[in-house]
Write a protein that binds this ligand. Sequence first.
Ligand SMILES: [Zn+2]
Ligand SMILES: [Zn+2]
Length: 160
Amino acid sequence: MTATAQFTAEGGCTCRAVRYRLSDRPLIVHCCHCRWCQRETGSAFVLNALIESARLQLMAGRPELVVTPSNSGKGQRIARCPTCRVAVWSHYAGLGDLMSFVRVGTLDEPDRFPPDVHIYTQSKQPWVVLPAGARSFSEYYPSREVWSADSLARRQALLG
Ligand SMILES: [Zn+2]
Ligand SMILES: [Zn+2]
């Protein structure tokens, strides 16, 4: 697919020491309303664009991986700029370092990446009103029901 081959998106931290580029479309964009994401962002939810780490190229800087507790108990590793400490992406247990959860707000054009699915809406802040027809789940969700065939194939390729 030509469109996929030409896809690119860049982002980085606030002090611009860390810059990165996505060389392909995200597999999916999560809007997570869980308490953990609320606390870690200091906000109502987090927006994460999932992409294979091999398609996330570091252009400048060297993020520091900070081990952070997670709801699963297995922890997540949050990549932060060593200078301004802004979180640019995370690796969770499961696919680990093979998959990166890029913080959509750190992309230069975050408007290009609206959420595909809202998760953990059981703890959604009540003033956050989801758009009509938005896919949402009270907790996590079965990928097979939500991900595109292309994204499922890409994930399968990661799993080997
Ligand atoms: Zn920075
Ligand atoms: Zn969450």
